[in-house]
Design a protein around this ligand. Structure first.
Ligand SMILES: [Mg+2]
Length: 253
């Protein structure tokens, strides 16, 4: 029995706006036993309150302190590791809100740190300024490495695509906060004081969720409700600790 269940969201807890019922039931069971789960998503476009509302819409009631988007984690990471440094950024409301929440000073230009998060109104000038900032010695932080994300039209460019563009032009490598980087799990451990053997990462995507848990050194549960099939996950050299079809498989019969 773990004390800190860290759930990925899309493909694990919900698919778009549709709940994954087995996950919702599993989470209700944990809560009934006094275990409040954590929610970890690379999506940096929404605020903590917006994620809380999305979860409430599928009957999951989550405290804000248990919701970790890559934007929120970026704010926490900078506050913990670069206190007092200024930040310039590309990003939407989710990232602006996350930095403000941690009282990180944001400046239009010339910040000590340059953060890139998804911005659907991104333009050439912003990317050019980012590339120049890195060449001038800014610390390069990116919310998440996802190159693309699915939509009804096909794959669309994700934050990783723009981050890699700036990295290629400037010759500077970013620190990614989102999965598979273990930074979000490290922040949960630090803020809530768990031992690693009390923590487990639950997700559908082997290359982000499961690798995140493996890299951090905790147990992992792969669910067959999203991106990576169980068959694919079982072909990987480093395997998840547990493979389940749905989270129903983990419930007492
Ligand atoms: Mg997922």
């Amino acid at each position: 029995m773990y004390k800190a269940y860290c759930f990925d969201l899309d493909g694990t807890v919900y698919t778009g706006k549709e709940p994954i019922e087995s996950a919702v039931t599993f989470i209700h069971q944990l809560q009934a036993q006094g275990i409040e789960p954590f929610y970890i998503t690379n999506n940096a476009s929404k605020t903590a309150e917006q994620f809380q509302q999305a979860l409430a819409a599928i009957q999951i009631h989550a405290p804000i302190t248990h919701i970790y988007s890559s934007a929120l984690a970026t704010g926490k990471y900078i506050a913990m590791n670069h206190a007092g440094k200024t930040v310039s950024m590309i990003g939407s409301e989710g990232l602006q809100d996350a930095l403000a929440r941690e009282n990180v000073p944001v400046v239009e230009e010339g910040g000590d740190i340059f953060v890139i998060g998804i911005d659907q109104n991104l333009n050439y000038l912003s990317l050019a300024k980012a590339a120049v900032a890195m060449q001038n010695g800014a610390i390069f932080v990116s919310t998440n490495p996802d190159i693309k994300f699915p939509s009804e039209y096909g794959f669309l460019p994700g934050n990783g695509a723009f981050t890699e563009l700036v990295s290629q032009v400037s010759g500077v490598k970013p620190l990614y906060i989102g999965k598979p980087s273990p930074v979000m799990l490290a922040i949960i451990q630090e803020e809530h004081g768990f031992a690693k053997d009390e923590m487990v990462m639950v997700g559908d995507n082997y290359d982000t969720d499961i690798l995140c848990g493996i890299t951090f050194g905790i147990d992992t549960i792969h669910v067959n409700t999203g991106v990576t099939s169980t068959a694919e996950a079982k072909l990987k050299q480093q395997q998840a600790t547990h493979h389940v079809q749905t989270l129903t498989d983990l419930m007492p019969k």
